[in-house]
Design a protein around this ligand. Structure first.
Ligand SMILES: Cc1cc2nc3c(=O)[nH]c(=O)nc-3n(C[C@H](O)[C@H](O)[C@H](O)COP(=O)(O)OP(=O)(O)OC[C@H]3O[C@@H](n4cnc5c(N)ncnc54)[C@H](O)[C@@H]3O)c2cc1C
Ligand SMILES: *[C@@H]1O[C@H](CO)[C@@H](O)[C@H](O)[C@H]1NC(C)=O
Ligand SMILES: *[C@@H]1O[C@H](CO)[C@@H](O)[C@H](O)[C@H]1NC(C)=O
Ligand SMILES: *[C@@H]1O[C@H](CO)[C@@H](O)[C@H](O)[C@H]1NC(C)=O
Ligand SMILES: *[C@@H]1O[C@H](CO)[C@@H](O)[C@H](O)[C@H]1NC(C)=O
Ligand SMILES: *[C@@H]1O[C@H](CO)[C@@H](O)[C@H](O)[C@H]1NC(C)=O
Ligand SMILES: *[C@@H]1O[C@H](CO)[C@@H](O)[C@H](O)[C@H]1NC(C)=O
Ligand SMILES: *[C@@H]1O[C@H](CO)[C@@H](O)[C@H](O)[C@H]1NC(C)=O
Ligand SMILES: *[C@@H]1O[C@H](CO)[C@@H](O)[C@H](O)[C@H]1NC(C)=O
Ligand SMILES: *[C@@H]1O[C@H](CO)[C@@H](O)[C@H](O)[C@H]1NC(C)=O
Ligand SMILES: *[C@@H]1O[C@H](CO)[C@@H](O)[C@H](O)[C@H]1NC(C)=O
Ligand SMILES: *[C@@H]1O[C@H](CO)[C@@H](O)[C@H](O)[C@H]1NC(C)=O
Length: 603
């Protein structure tokens, strides 16, 4: 934060605005902020696509102060639905990042009497339908020192698709999609089967389209998640352990720079920005309007299987369940090398009763292992499950554990992955989490006692109801075998990672001042969880889309050895800092204060 000394404030009253504009991004309180006439002329130059922000729940407030066009009933009913937020130009899933400025009654974070204001929502939004509008608006905002944010769906878990006093570029309507089975590769080396997609698609709309093409693509597991943020920051899903991350599938992007240039970027031209937007780039360098993505054959089938376990006797204080979890964790690299993917959920305390179905807590940890395989048989899945559980359920302690087997089932790929846009209903006030990538070294090659201790330490929680540790089996052979020229700037640790581990220990006070709530959550992680990851996995890092944007080691965590090269590109493509996101490249030269809304340079 820029602290203006009282002396400076008094003695330079007139030049405060000029001072602010040189240090801080412009705000409506500054003399430099464009007049209504100027906004009107921007609107004309982009064919009327400019929207003045009207928070959807404005209709829940006396007199509908922003004249929202939706009714309060819908805003209230659908507030937890991801699909609802993506349909509105300004709305985002996690309202803490908007400073909880305009919420329907009863929503997480709602405080009676706070009223409805723009808060940290953008001031204006470009409802873009063509690249020219984006280019014009970006150049216009950059020339006027106005902060720019980019919103696809608004699902970002670190609030990177909203920002106070900003102009938002909404890519929602970039929805063209086309199959080209023999697209000529830019380097002339042959052709590839690709799908050409507008960046406003969600994975659900892409999956529907590629299903009709009898192909598959690597994307996220939730239908409502968008291409823009998921691909540009890495992206994992059901197929990532086979074919690599979503950012490993990109042959070309179309990109609009902060000064309004349109670039076609691939391995042959504009290769530097092409590299940057493949893994480390969401909302930081410019706006991607189109992705050209590799497609794959549809898997012949999809087999599910798994098991869960809990400790039935309190003897040994739950250590038997922790040891069992360690056995599961250590077997993950092998089963992934054998073609499996899936999730492991480990919970403690009363929250774990959801996994056991019991109405009392179990000692230690309760775990549920859900596996997915492709092109295989249910018998092969059963053998893997037996083998995994034999590692901990075969000895003298076995009778202290209850293992519940899930019967293996075969699905068609489509039956299992058919998009459901209304299933994602977890939106709320906040989403702070911490995560770490774990490789064979961290999972299989350390002493079992150490692994057990790390698992216990990573399951810390601020809440009395217990903790949740989630292992996504999303790295493995796919990212490891991705050819060099398909690897962008994604954190190199992904190449040796098997597991993306997420832990959700902090409990944020939903009704506190958002800036304070985030700061105290960040402080809790820094004191309790980040040190565990750093100790367990000092050389890996974290997945930027599902990580702790407030970690003190974010440069190393999210970018690793790529950071300096990315910083050069940030300076080249966005020299005046139109784009800012928390823990973005070069973001340490800025301070974004959610309380004042000011975004100021601190170097
Ligand atoms: C319900 C849910 C399920 C999830 N499941 C998965 C999963 O299976 N796999 C996974 O990897 N992640 C998953 N995530 C995390 C997800 O990758 C991030 O939330 C990601 O930010 C979503 O991208 P988006 O474009 O939908 O969101 P947005 O909030 O719209 O954008 C996210 C970031 O990307 C930027 N951005 C978006 N579009 C563009 C563009 N065209 N040009 C430039 N910048 C752009 C934004 O500025 C912002 O910084 C999930 C998240 C949620 C909420
Ligand atoms: C932009 O122009 C369109 C069409 O004239 C209009 O509907 C819209 O309200 C204008 N936007 C703003 C912010 O004035
Ligand atoms: C509010 O929006 C409606 C259309 O949704 C429009 O007819 C009306 O003029 C607007 N009122 C104000 C005060 O802007
Ligand atoms: C954010 O909310 C707090 C109240 O919690 C308020 O004091 C502050 O002015 C708000 N800031 C912005 C930018 O809306
Ligand atoms: C955005 O633009 C499209 C195309 O012009 C239009 O159909 C849609 O209604 C607009 N959305 C909003 C929220 O203005
Ligand atoms: C779909 O593609 C596969 C090859 O990937 C092919 O074997 C199959 O016949 C195709 N199905 C249809 C309906 O075209
Ligand atoms: C499934 O098998 C086909 C060949 O029959 C192969 O091309 C494809 O990569 C396999 N898919 C997965 C996810 O293993
Ligand atoms: C359980 O494990 C912890 C270390 O992780 C150890 O200190 C404790 O003594 C063990 N308890 C029993 C009953 O074995
Ligand atoms: C829950 O516990 C109570 C006793 O505390 C018991 O009566 C009841 O049957 C239990 N319910 C289930 C589903 O186990
Ligand atoms: C069973 O596990 C052992 C190691 O624990 C491994 O060597 C073997 O390949 C596994 N077999 C199957 C069918 O997974
Ligand atoms: C249980 O399985 C593990 C791993 O396969 C093995 O090392 C151990 O000897 C087995 N114990 C018993 C009692 O069979
Ligand atoms: C949450 O913050 C509110 C507002 O500052 C405060 O009144 C309340 O006591 C806090 N709750 C907790 C559990 O700290």
């Amino acid at each position: 934060m820029v602290l203006l000394s009282p002396l400076l404030l008094c003695s330079t009253l007139l030049s405060t605005a000029a001072f602010a504009s040189s240090k801080c991004k412009s705000t409506p309180n500054d003399l430099t902020w464009p007049s209504n006439e100027e906004w009107k002329s921007l609107n004309q130059s982009i064919r009327g696509a400019l929207i003045k922000t009207a928070p959807a729940p404005s209709s829940c407030y006396e007199g509908n102060p922003f004249n929202s066009s939706t009714n309060c009933f819908d805003a209230t009913k659908y507030w937890t639905y991801a699909a609802y937020h993506s349909a509105w130009p300004e709305s985002v899933d996690y309202s803490i990042f908007t400073n909880n400025s305009c919420l329907p009654r009863g929503a997480d974070g709602y405080t009676k009497g706070r009223g409805c204001s723009i808060g940290a929502l953008p001031q204006y939004i470009v409802n873009a339908t063509n690249e020219q509008q984006i280019a014009t608006a970006l150049r216009w905002a950059t020339e006027r020192n106005i902060r720019v944010v980019v919103k696809g769906t608004g699902h970002d878990l670190s609030g990177r698709s909203t920002g106070a006093y900003s102009l938002s570029i909404w890519t929602h309507n970039f929805k063209h999609i086309e199959h080209q089975p023999e697209w000529p590769l830019p380097d002339g080396s042959g052709t590839a089967d690709v799908v050409i997609c507008g960046s406003g698609h969600t994975w659900g709309t892409v999956y529907n389209a590629v299903h009709a093409m009898n192909r598959s693509v690597v994307g996220g597991e939730d239908a409502t998640v968008g291409l823009g943020g998921l691909i540009q920051n890495g992206g994992h899903g059901l197929l990532s352990s086979h074919y690599g991350l979503a950012s490993d599938q990109v042959y070309q992007v179309t990109f609009i720079t902060a000064d309004g240039r349109r670039l076609v970027a691939n391995n042959k031209q504009n290769a530097d920005i092409f590299w940057a937007v493949r893994g480390a780039g969401g909302g930081q360098f410019g706006v991607v309007t189109e992705f050209i993505l590799k497609t794959h054959p549809v898997p012949k089938n999809l087999i599910t299987g798994g098991f869960s376990f809990y400790q039935v006797s309190a003897s040994k204080a739950g250590n038997i369940s922790w040891a069992a979890l360690a056995e599961v964790a250590s077997s993950i690299p092998d089963i992934m090398d054998n073609g499996l993917t899936g999730t492991v959920i480990a919970m403690t305390g009363s929250s774990a009763m959801a996994l056991t179905g019991l109405n009392h807590t179990s000692p230690g940890v309760v775990a549920s292992v859900s596996l997915v395989g492709f092109n295989m048989t249910t018998e092969a899945m059963d053998r893997t499950v037996q083998n995994m559980t034999f590692r901990f359920a075969n000895g003298s302690s076995a009778n202290m554990l209850k293992v519940v087997y899930q019967s293996s089932e075969a699905y068609s790929y489509w039956a299992y992955t058919k998009p459901d846009f209304l299933s994602s209903t977890s939106c709320g006030s906040s989403s702070l989490m911490s995560s770490r990538l774990l490789g064979r070294h961290e999972l299989s090659d350390i002493p079992m006692a150490d692994l057990t201790t790390y698992l216990q330490q990573a399951s810390v929680s601020q809440s009395a109801t217990g903790s949740m540790l989630l292992f996504g089996l999303q790295g493995g052979p796919g990212p490891a075998s991705t050819p060099e020229d398909m690897r962008g700037s994604v954190l190199p640790a992904w190449r040796s990672a098997y597991v993306h581990a997420m832990s959700y220990g902090a409990s944020l006070n939903a009704t506190a001042d958002p800036s304070d709530a985030l700061a105290s959550g960040a402080h809790w992680y820094e004191a309790n969880l980040e040190p565990v990851w750093r100790n367990w996995a000092p050389r890996t890092g974290s997945y930027m889309n599902e990580g702790n944007a407030f970690s003190s080691t974010w440069k190393q965590d999210f970018y690793g050895e790529n950071y300096n090269r990315l910083l050069k590109l940030k300076r080249a493509y966005d020299p005046s800092g139109s784009f800012f996101v928390w823990s973005g490249v070069g973001s340490d030269m800025w301070e974004y204060d959610l309380h004042s809304g000011l975004l100021c340079r601190i170097d």
